[in-house]
Design a protein around this ligand. Sequence first.
Ligand SMILES: Cc1ncc(C[n+]2csc(CCOP(=O)(O)OP(=O)(O)O)c2C)c(N)n1
Ligand code: SF4
Ligand SMILES: [Mg+2]
Length: 293
Amino acid sequence: MSEVMEKIKQAKVEYKSEVKPTWCPGCGDYGVLAAFIRALGELKIPTHKLSIVSGIGCSSRFPHFVRGYNLHTVHGRALPVALGVKIANPELEVFVVGGDGDGFAIGGGHIPHVARRNPDMVYIILDNAIYGLTKGQVSPTSTLTMMTTTTPYGALEPPLNPVMLLLAYGATFVARGFSSNTKQLTQLIVEATKHKGFAAVHVISPCPTFNMEITFDFVRERVVEIPPEHDPTNKIKAFELASAQDKIYTGIFYREERPTFEETLDKIVAKFDGNIDESVKKERISKLFEQFA
Ligand SMILES: Cc1ncc(C[n+]2csc(CCOP(=O)(O)OP(=O)(O)O)c2C)c(N)n1
Ligand code: SF4
Ligand SMILES: [Mg+2]
């Protein structure tokens, strides 16, 4: 067995849970899971330091299939829950995984605020441009021509562009992958995890059961890697690549260094702590504990 194959095998043993994925045969999400497991293997994150938080959707079943302190929460609320996890225990490597509906429809209001706070966590969006779990309704990334169970004559609104939004919201790392390109996606997840701050990885992950338009072939015909000469600190250029109509660029669009939410919070706490006497602090904490005793 080659060295690479041996590492992949080891990563599966270490990180795959005993729960078998319930996704349909051929679902793009299998490729994302494979890349995620490989990335964990490369990063060597101990499972007791791993927390995967999701909302609701086919893609949001993800935390069941990986070992860690994981949470399968409520539709559209994975990001605020994950932020709570990170604040409570900054030692954890926190990953948020969810779908296009979970992230950009019901949960759409959370992304800008989490992005501008810049917590050190990774957000992986599995975009199949449809609501898969609820059997094929229109989503915020469905195309105008797409016939779905709720839009039998085509959609009413044009799709939104997740990468453009993430850039505009101030995410400090923005990348895109394709579920069929496991090798590239593994590296994108590795880079996103190494990034200090809010790192978003938008993944095109087709749903062969309900989306007959954004198929694997459709994506393969349009997918192009971001040219190596692209400067990921150039936000204007990142917007340009993200707005391409005829191509789907994959790779790292943008990255910048900015203080994380945890660092900013520590500074505020230090300012507050400096202003009050140690005995007052102890008294306040004792009173709090008494309330919950
Ligand atoms: C508050 C609430 N509203 C609606 C639903 C129903 N619902 C469950 S999953 C889902 C959409 C799933 O789509 P997406 O997030 O794109 O995930 P996918 O299944 O495509 O991976 C909806 C509308 C719900 N569970 N909770
Ligand atoms: S319905 Fe679509 S997204 Fe859901 S598991 Fe099946 S193929 Fe995947
Ligand atoms: Mg979806």
